[in-house]
Design a protein around this ligand. Sequence first.
Ligand SMILES: Cc1ncc(COP(=O)(O)O)c(C=O)c1O
Length: 395
Amino acid sequence: MTKQYLLAGLPDRKPDPLLALLKKFASNERLDKIDLGVGVYRDGTGRTPVMAAVKSAEHHLWETQDTKSYIGPEGDPSFVSLLTHEVFGEGTVTEKLAGVQTPGGTAALRLSAEILAHDKDRTIWIGTPTWANHNAIFGTVGLSIKTYRFFDPRSQAVHVDEMLSAFESAQSGDAILLHASCHNPTGAAISKEAWSAIAEVVARKGLIPLFDNAYQGLGRGFVQDAEGMLIVLNAADEAIVAISCSKSFSLYRERTGAAFVLGNSATDLNKGVANFAYHARASYSMPPAHGAAIVAAVLGDPGRRKLWIDELASMRSRVSEIRTALADRLSIYAPRLSAVAGQEGMFSLLPVTPENVTHLREVHGIYMPDSGRVNLAGLRIEQVDLASQAIGELL
Ligand SMILES: Cc1ncc(COP(=O)(O)O)c(C=O)c1O
């Protein structure tokens, strides 16, 4: 009998290119190197600090937490309830929602993918380009994926027309993936009129919007960043929202997020939550407690909540100051890049080639992925001129 082996038969998997880039950056000894790669917020000194509101919450937890016993696959209900009110406000949408705590936005997307994939005939529509992990998450559960062009980095144009015509060709029950705000990797913003047009086609055709909400508060404002999503949720019969607290609370490694279903009845919502819990139980069992306990201790305390709102506002204004300055300088070399100023969040997608990216890294010590996605928070204001010149000369 011939032996069958496991490991040699596995597919080759390349490491995440952004993590590989991070390693390259760390091994370069240049003092003036600039990291525009990994998608974390950095302050004016290049650090990703723990927020003061988070530190205060941790102190409070250290003093008051009296058990580490199991909590269950749905996670902490007080975290879910406080986050619901913060993200969705007090309108009718909030009454039509139910959710569970998840290990970050990634697990919220994965649970969402699992329940969508229950119907093997369902397609999910994804605009390109998008966060690379989307294809992996939805592909892994066996959903069929159809794409349409959302953004063109050459012209910096958002193709709402192509998005709407893709949705017109979708079947009732198909899912459409939407970035709630601060689109990764493009920063492209959608107008209120476009959100209304999306809402109209969602309601008319019976599509299921799945919102990836990973950067709320880093665009125009915490409340403003949810406005487009709320327009669609108000119109939809059913929807899913995957929330990440990684960026808006700077909690990255604490793995904090939530998955919500929007439905027509308490029975349907209970079913949605029970199915989230089933898939959670079958993979990670239950979410880690610490990050969610922090968020609950921030949102549930007026003093800490105010501190968090102010800190988030200053993160947002730093990114938007860099954005305005970068757009101003880059548009000298390529006028179409003045569009960068109207984009939102930490990212923009520059029209550079992989050869340009290698040149920037080797000659100027500027690091970005081959796609040309730049994390604006990686720049200090005094580096904008230098970086714009190095990039601009290649455009
Ligand atoms: C668009 C998008 N969605 C979801 C996530 C997941 O975030 P988390 O670290 O909370 O899993 C990220 C993280 O980079 C992201 O960029």
